[in-house]
Write a protein that binds this ligand. Sequence first.
Ligand code: NBP
Length: 474
Amino acid sequence: MTQPSFGVIGLAVMGENLALNVESRGFPVAVYNRTAEKTKTFMAERAQGKNVTDTYTVEEFVKALAPPRKILVMVKAGKPVDAVISQLKPLLQEGDMIIDGGNSLYEDTQRRTEELEAVGLGFMGMGVSGGEEGALLGPSLMPGGTPEAYDKVESIVTKIAAQVDDGPCVTYIGPGGAGHYVKMVHNGIEYGDMQLIAEAYDLLKNALGLNHEQLSEVFAQWNQTEELNSFLIEISAEIFKKIDPETDRPLVDVILDSAGQKGTGRWTVVSSLELGIPIPTIYAAVNARVISSFKEERVAAKEQLAGPSGKYEGDVQSFIDKVRDALYCSKMCSYAQGMALMGKASEEFGFNLNLSEIARIWKGGCIIRAGFLDKIKAAFKENPKLPNLLLAPEFKQTILDRQEAWREVLAVSNQLGIPVPAFSASLDYFDSYRRDRLPQNLTQAQRDFFGAHTYERVDKPRGEFFHTEWMENS
Ligand code: NBP
């Protein structure tokens, strides 16, 4: 058996499946997991007869690998990554490389890159998306680090990634924490997509009264459309069909309406606030998960805070079509926000991101994979400096054509008291972005009134600042 030069540390769902994926493409693999029992189970149940070397100490793991070693770390983000790095560091030699494939915060990746490069070791922060199945059969990969480090892993990552019509779903993203930054924004967009879909579901179920078979049919039809065809719409159609064996009810109805989160959505919002790029749809999605978690409080509040209820009384099919349009318009706004955030981060952190390529590698393997990413790819290929996706010819006309339906859906939601925070945040984003005059002239006047913060004037060049003694002679 050829000695492996590629190893995986961390045999939870992602590590196990990535190790098997790498092995299936013809690369022998060594594996190690802190808890030995997991390694033994993995070897017995999934890796038997495969080109996988099991090891039970970090020393044994490093010895099993031929230099230059490429070590993929798939452990829980945060302290565990530092713990693994500090165990590996004294055992590795110049030219070896650690690849952190977890959902690490990009700033941690930046720090780890500097620390390891200072001692002659390579380090890459690689975003991996696609969940369990993607990891096994082909994920979308977002590797960041030096171009030289990428050259060393290119032959492997291009083989293990999902393959789409225009190549493997992997590309060199950029230096330092670029890969993890892009993965973080991918997850923020994923939060946005999931919330928008949840709002569409809420409207179809509660404003129209569709049952679960009808919901499944609508989502399956939407999945056939060029604009909404996507993994998340596809799995939603399947979810509505699933019956709970215990209660014989649709399983989705039995699931508690309290959403979890692991932090990447929140990090995306924090970064957007730091960089001054509004991402209200994604922020609304994060907040929607938070408020959903106040289950007991919401149940108690229902008794005290009455509001409108009832069903939509117009034509059902036409309203379904309008919800589809509202979903698509909102989705365009959400992606416009995510792409704008990456554009700003690219400038600010010197990532030199290729937004067209990023849209391309999200076409397959990852959770947000969708037909319409092809259009985003084309838009940024045509104009890499596009200030906002909504201005791209591919999107501009579509949103203009559908805005009336979008507005009607929001009006109906408001009348019926059905919360649609991400639909609303998207429309507010659209309306704010397209307005040449916003009411922040008053904000500036107030700031100058109470804090002498000064203001600029519409009839004077930008950069000239004025102050008024507001209470004088009044
Ligand atoms: P988890 O995030 O659940 O992490 C479990 C793994 O971390 C186990 O192998 C565990 O070893 C190891 N570990 C921990 Br916890 N502390 C450790 C330490 N101090 N030293 C060494 N090992 C330690 O696994 P996962 O769900 O496979 O995800 C791995 C990474 O990939 C995470 O960063 C995750 O956010 C990211 N990710 C996950 C998905 C997904 O769908 N699950 C998708 C994309 C990215 P043990 O067995 O000894 O406890």
